[in-house]
Design a protein around this ligand. Structure first.
Ligand code: FAD
Length: 481
């Protein structure tokens, strides 16, 4: 056994199974120091939002517990990764540092600095592909551009065949002492005064075990009706794996292979599983877009949008953020987000469309709010989806698609169950009115205890003029091309 330990640097794969860097380090038989660096100093890294900071704290606790169960520990430090890892390598006399790649420009730049700094002190580095099904560099065209349209992109990914099989979790780790470690509380990731995370705690369990349990139960039950029901926010019809994938508590390879195995075992689930995997494909597509456009969260992919006449309307933005726009499905979504750190995908599209199209507010402000409040806030999927809704993105929704929030509510929450859960002041309205309380007669409102403008707001902007205003703004863009 070599006397110099290997440091495994945990980045965005906060799990023990299918962890290529950990697997290789364990296989070598060398002693291992597992470490996590809370890096808020290296340039270019987007600071986490409030909800993802909360998640990260839970995820680190779960990882620490898993490592303890193997007789190992997690050395947590704070600072610029290159400095911290060099210091840790010196202290532990490590010969090498292993980590999983994060295929994004800024994390790769940080990793390149780490590699150079380690080389200077004679410590070697090994990097393993990890967080995607396919290396984004592989799918760049001859012109050096990455994929722009989802369907051909996904066909190419499928044509490449199955991704590598997931690696097993090491049965044991030969642990080397890693010296001082910060308690997770000292990273100050969780809100204290005020502690707004009660709804998050009630809604989620972070960590690898919770992720695996969620995947298994989804593949046993809900996946069978996924294709038909995935757009319904009133029932739990989707996997709810997104924050687990965001922090690498489960890998896309694990999800892929488990889903394929379930399809082979239960052919009746095959249609649902294909649809489910294509949604995983949207995650992949968004990450490839990010890889090829590192400024995805700030720059319109279609430059013509730089001239878009966005409105400056703080009151409207605040009403949207607080779930007080007067459109029940939108308000339900925004309140679900605030309370649980998540929102159903269909409702995300509706609330985003309202902000960008009816209210003409710059998609970047919506993206930033989601970034701060979503537990799954993802550097690829969040800006890519916002650009998709706004029409400024690569494979974007057509500019004339302006969701009608009433029809969307009636179609996907036909009994009003979702709205009643999150907008209790409308709970006593019948299903025919719960998505448009302004259409109720005074007596119907009185019977339901609703006083429009007092207990619940009137719509901030009416759908028809809002839609026409949006179309005019989009038309001005096309004539200025
Ligand atoms: P499932 O339906 O079970 O899908 C399985 C997995 O596929 C998800 O966990 C997710 O990783 C991926 N996925 C599903 N739909 C999409 C999609 N449209 N785009 C990209 N990946 C997808 N997703 C995020 O993970 N992080 C974000 O920050 C995020 N921001 C969004 C912002 C807007 C405006 C919109 C319209 C969508 C956004 N999404 C984001 C995509 C989608 O809403 C969530 O991935 C989904 O709601 C997560 O629920 P689930 O895990 O139950 O999904």
């Amino acid at each position: 056994m070599s006397s110099s330990p290997i440091i495994v640097w945990f980045r965005e794969s906060l799990r023990l199974s299918d962890h290529p860097a950990l697997y290789e380090a364990a296989r070598s038989g060398t002693r291992i120091v597992c470490s996590y660096v809370h890096d808020q100093e290296s340039p270019g890294l987007r600071p986490l939002g409030g909800a993802t900071r909360w998640w990260l704290a839970q995820s680190l606790r779960a990882l620490q517990a898993e490592l303890h169960a193997l007789g190992a520990g997690l050395v947590i430090r704070r600072g610029a990764a290159a400095e911290v890892l060099c210091e840790l390598a010196r202290e532990t006399k490590a010969g090498a540092v292993y980590w999983n790649d994060v295929a994004q420009a800024a994390p790769r730049a940080v990793a390149a600095d780490v590699e150079a700094a380690l080389a200077e002190i004679g410590v070697s580095s090994r990097v393993f592909p990890d967080d995607l099904l396919v290396d984004p560099a592989e799918l760049r065209g001859k012109d050096g551009r990455g994929p722009r349209v989802f369907t051909p992109f996904w066909k190419r990914v499928l044509a490449l065949g199955d991704p590598p099989k997931p690696l097993p979790r090491p049965a044991r780790l030969s642990h080397a002492p890693g010296g001082a470690s910060l308690p997770i509380d000292e990273l100050a990731l969780e809100p204290l005064k005020p502690d707004w995370a009660g709804g998050l705690r009630a809604s989620w369990h972070a960590g690898e075990r919770a992720a695996q349990a969620r995947l298994a139960s989804f593949l046993e039950t809900a996946v069978q009706t996924y294709a038909a029901d995935r757009d319904r926010p009133d029932i739990e019809a989707t996997s709810r794996l997104s924050p687990h994938l965001r922090f690498g508590e489960i890998s896309p390879r694990q999800v892929w292979h488990a889903a394929r195995f379930a399809a082979a075992e239960r052919p009746a689930s095959a249609a649902g599983i294909d649809k489910f995997l294509s949604e995983l494909g949207w995650r992949e597509f968004s990450r490839h877009l990010l890889y090829n456009n590192p400024d995805l969260a700030t720059r319109n992919l279609q430059p013509s949008f730089d001239a878009f006449p966005w409105a400056q309307d703080d009151a409207a933005l605040q009403a949207w953020q607080r779930g007080r726009t007067g459109y029940p499905i939108v308000d339900a979504g925004m309140r679900e987000l605030w309370h649980t750190g998540s929102m159903h995908n269909r409702v995300r599209m509706v609330v985003a469309s309202l902000l960008v199209k009816h209210l003409l507010i710059d998609w970047r402000l919506g993206e930033q709010w989601f970034w701060d409040t979503l537990v799954d806030a993802d550097p690829g999927s969040n800006p890519a989806s916002w650009q998709w809704v706004a029409g400024s993105g690569a494979d974007a929704a057509p500019y004339f698609r302006v969701f009608n929030p009433v029809l969307q509510g009636e179609k996907f929450d036909s009994h009003g169950t979702y709205v009643r859960r999150w907008v209790p002041e409308l709970a006593r309205l019948p299903a025919a009115l719960v998505h448009q309380p302004w259409a109720a007669k005074p007596l119907e409102l009185a019977e339901a205890g609703v006083a429009l403008g007092r207990t619940y707001p009137a719509p901030f902007v009416d759908h028809k003029p809002g839609r026409e205003r949006a179309l005019a703004a989009y038309a001005s863009l096309r004539t200025s091309d």
